[in-house]
Design a protein around this ligand. Sequence first.
Ligand code: 13P
Length: 247
Amino acid sequence: MQKLAAGNWKMNGSAAALAEVGALIAAHPAPACEMLLCPPATLLAQMTWAARGSKLMTGGQDCHTKASGAHTGDISAAMLKDAGASHVILGHSERRADHGESDALVKAKAEAALAAGLTAIVCLGETEAQRDAGETLALCGSQLNGSLPEGANAANLVVAYEPVWAIGTGRTPTLDQIAEVHGFLRAQLVKRLGEDGHGVRLLYGGSVKPSNAAEIFAVRDVDGALVGGASLKAADFGAIVAALSAA
Ligand code: 13P
């Protein structure tokens, strides 16, 4: 399986930040893993253009369930594809929290993404209160099963485990905790998708940085990372790409 280093720029970055893309591509022209950046929608077409001819893929951070229509401010999966995206992040905890996105909505969005020919990166993960209450696996299982699109397979689905309490905090789960959740998610995916479940990339996300990437990538069933803050700088994201390439 090809591993995947994915960066989520969230609501960060202006045209000037595209200089980081040039630096990343120059430093990592032929990584041994897949490399993806998901900028804000305003930069998607420009970033795709900046990445033309390189190994860097681009993606969106959200999409609507419909292909077009009267939905002011929204963006469809087909539009992301048209702007050059190959992937779209769906169900990120920030969207689940800020926009009240349910598992059913995430599933519908993921199905729209697959219909448009995009790979869906479905995110899930527990809050600190849920972990403290011993609900982590039950919660991750119900989010996975509720958000999994019909027609998912190893080529069009990526799952990102992002514990909410580890996002942007500098805190990470122990390697055993990551292994427990990823092993559980793998078993769930195989139960739902059969053989294909073995090939779905399982990303870890939450305070991944150059200094902890290698140890996280050595954990069984960790097939890459979804990186927030550290994806904004070419040097940091490049170091994470290098760690994944070496894993
Ligand atoms: P940080 O890497 O900034 O913790 O963000 C993780 C994340 O939410 C990626 O989607």
